[in-house]
Write a new protein. Structure first.
Length: 385
């Protein structure tokens, strides 16, 4: 009765089952996996948000496939603030970056075509590709004084069915940015093989060191840059994201014409959020200041504790909300995460959730409240003492 594309293993993984059982007994949990900014104690201007959502203009129905002009102008102004000029005609609004991915996949791929994705990275790609009948081919991020794209691996893995390369800038969870030198090499590979670039930049604003550059103005290769309010303003519930097309004019215009038809088929955007876009994006300033202050405090606390012991270390981080820890390999990462839950009341993510190539990696959230984060790191390091 059901399609093969939905033939997933619907059983919960072992860690999820162990966490549910742990909570059912009433035991405490030091949760170092939290990723929901609205549950992390950050302050929002509730009055401004609610006023923006009550705009009377939302009572009129104006079906615009690319999204209302007022909202696209707000997105263009966001990029202007980052030093990039983006035409509102190159912007297509979506309810989420997941929907933006689906638009790009539908535009570029026939069933069975291939998209190259980074590894390690977050596991959502598997499901997004599967429901679009697209095959994923993983390319490696190799660690050598920081993570770098294995361009030889990307080049050799291209087949006649390859349509695009995804770059996550910065990568989740490793925090690796795509610097200008890597963007140039990526353009070379994609030009040689006639591939598009899909740039996921939802964490772009959260640079820990030097400010990162967006690929939104990349003109060498047909490029689709994805981002949205979920991370930028810490408002995942508002469901406003976008796709920006750039590249050679003839390819860009042809892509946008087709994307308009795809977007017109769904018309998924709602009016209140679009009319509120400018006010909601304005929330990013206070939110990002709070979040980055916490990230830096938690990172400093982590580094101080790591410096006082031998077995564990962390990978270099350039941006984002997460830290990747290198830990002794005493079994599988999932077994280790389950044992930490059982013996230390500590919840962390095993590296294999993110396609790390071997065991010995744990992923933790840097937006956890400071007191819980410190207790959690102490519990983790005591396990290896």
């Amino acid at each position: 009765m059901f399609s093969r594309r939905t033939n997933w293993n619907l059983e919960s993984n072992r860690l999820t089952r162990a966490l549910a059982q742990h909570r059912a007994t009433g035991k405490p949990v030091l949760d170092l996996t939290t990723s929901n900014p609205t549950a992390c104690g950050f302050s929002y201007d509730a009055d401004a948000i609610l006023r923006a959502l009550a705009n009377p203009a939302s009572l009129a129905y104006e079906p615009q496939p690319q999204g209302l002009e007022v909202a696209r102008k707000a997105v263009a102004e966001y990029y202007f603030g980052r030093g990039r000029r983006v035409s509102i005609d190159d912007i297509i609004l979506t309810t989420s970056t997941s929907e933006a991915y689906s638009f790009a996949f539908r535009l570029l791929c026939d069933p069975g075509d291939e998209i190259h994705v980074p590894a390690p990275s977050y596991p959502l790609f598997e499901f997004l590709a599967g429901v679009q009948d697209v095959k994923l081919v993983r390319y490696l991020l190799v660690y050598d004084y920081g993570l770098q794209i294995d361009f030889d691996g990307v080049d050799k893995a291209v087949t006649p069915k390859t349509r695009a390369v995804i770059v996550v800038n910065p990568n989740n969870p490793t925090g690796h940015f795509c610097p200008a030198s890597e963007a140039a090499r990526l353009n070379e590979v994609c030009l040689r093989h006639r591939l598009a670039i899909i740039a996921d930049e939802v964490f772009l604003d959260f640079a820990i060191g030097e400010k990162a550059q967006s690929l939104v103005a990349n003109r060498e290769v047909l490029t689709f840059t994805l981002s949205g309010m979920s991370k930028i303003s810490g408002l995942p519930q508002m469901k406003l994201a976008w796709l920006v097309a750039s590249g050679r004019d003839d390819l860009k215009f042809a892509a946008l014409a087709r994307l308009n038809v795809i977007a017109d088929t769904y018309l998924s955007m709602n009016a209140p959020v679009q009319h509120a876009a400018s006010a909601l994006l304005a929330q990013r300033h206070g939110f990002q200041q709070q979040l980055m202050a916490r990230v830096r405090k938690n990172l400093a606390a982590l580094d101080a504790r790591l410096a006082a012991q031998q077995p564990c270390s962390r990978l270099d981080i350039q941006g984002g909300w997460y830290a990747v820890l290198r830990v002794p390999r005493i079994g599988s990462d999932e077994d280790l995460a389950i044992e930490l839950l059982a013996t230390r009341n500590l919840c962390v993510h095993p590296g294999h959730f993110y396609d790390f190539p071997s065991d010995g990696y744990l992923v933790i959230s840097l937006i956890t409240r400071e007191d819980e984060f410190a207790k959690g790191i102490d519990a983790l390091l005591s396990f290896f003492a």
